[in-house]
Design a protein around this ligand. Structure first.
Ligand SMILES: [Zn+2]
Length: 316
């Protein structure tokens, strides 16, 4: 909810998978007074339930940052059965964020109302992240439009949505590639998705996010992966200006297209979240040479009205 005194400011990086949202979130997380914590919607399942890797390299249960955050959110460990509670919260979150809930979110009748168990825990959680990190702004790269709607309905959260888009052909190509996922253990790969499914979800989720968040002035900004990488510092500044947030980008960039990334405590996300040090920000355009003409054509056909809406051309 907007403009509440004492509310935690959350920048929500939204859109679809394989669009570079991890990169944008981690750049914003380097702004002094900001903290990037990854895809928080997976905290209950992948973090507490499955004990996967935190961005700091520790398994979730061994990470001191999340240990402090959860103590503040849920009370000291041992007082409650955290795995059982996490499983319950994840089930509730899944029920309130799946694709079929979209019409209810768009009508503003998705329930919750900000006073149920999930909303209460979420309000405490983001407040605890802010307190433990000593940060005024929490950056969440959960992406999913329906989770943005759940957070927006939560008392105690002041949500700003950074809608991040990438050419749907590039995203579809990325979904097809075999990519290691250290999170799942040695030799495991990230989930893959066919070009058709990727294209349909690209249109649905992007238009939904715009419809859910785009009506609110100063709390919604849209930028494409391609625009961002053409001038990262200028685009990051423009996002902060739209959200009316003070943030000094001086220490974030080591050059026009090089960012300084420090260790983070991100829950889930692209394996690139583990990168640290001086990291070049460059456009990955491998799809232009490597993607089949059939797949390109199929993705363009399946996305075209939305593709054009967001400034992309039918012919890549
Ligand atoms: Zn950690």
């Amino acid at each position: 909810m907007d403009g509440q005194a004492g509310a935690t400011t959350v920048i929500y990086v939204g859109g679809t998978g394989r669009s570079g949202s991890t990169m944008l979130a981690n750049v914003l997380g380097e702004v002094p007074g900001f903290v990037s914590v990854g895809e928080v919607r997976f905290l209950w399942q992948r973090g507490i339930g499955q004990n996967r890797l935190c961005g700091c390299g520790e398994h979730f249960a061994d990470c001191p940052f999340w240990s402090d955050v959860l103590d503040l959110t849920l009370g000291p460990d041992g007082d409650t059965d955290r795995k059982e509670l996490a499983a319950r919260l994840h089930t509730e979150l899944e029920a309130r964020t799946r694709l079929r809930t979209l019409p209810q979110h768009l009508r503003g009748s998705a329930g919750g109302g900000g006073h149920d168990e999930l909303s209460t825990v979420l309000a405490r959680l983001y407040g605890a992240i802010s307190a433990v990190a000593g940060a005024d702004v929490v950056v969440d790269s959960s992406k999913l439009p329906t989770y943005a709607a759940v957070l927006d309905d939560t008392d105690g959260i002041d949500l700003r949505v950074a809608h991040f888009l990438r050419d749907p052909r590039a995203a579809a190509y990325s979904w097809q590639r075999k990519k290691l996922q250290p999170d799942l253990g040695p030799g495991a790969f990230m989930e893959r998705r066919g070009a058709g499914k990727s294209a349909v979800l690209w249109s649905v989720w992007n238009r939904s996010l715009e419809m859910l968040a785009g009506r609110r002035p100063n709390a919604y900004a849209r930028v494409t992966y391609e625009e961002f990488l053409a001038d990262p510092r200028e685009q990051a500044q423009s996002l902060l200006d739209t959200f009316a947030l003070d943030g000094d980008l001086t220490s974030v960039f080591a050059g026009p297209d090089t960012v300084r990334l420090s260790m983070n405590h991100t829950v889930a996300g692209n394996p690139s979240r583990h990168q640290q040090g001086l990291v070049p920000l460059v456009v990955d355009s491998e799809w232009r040479d490597q993607m089949s003409a059939t797949d390109r054509g199929a993705v363009a056909a399946l996305t075209w009205p939305t593709l054009r809406r967001y400034g992309y051309h039918l012919r890549s």
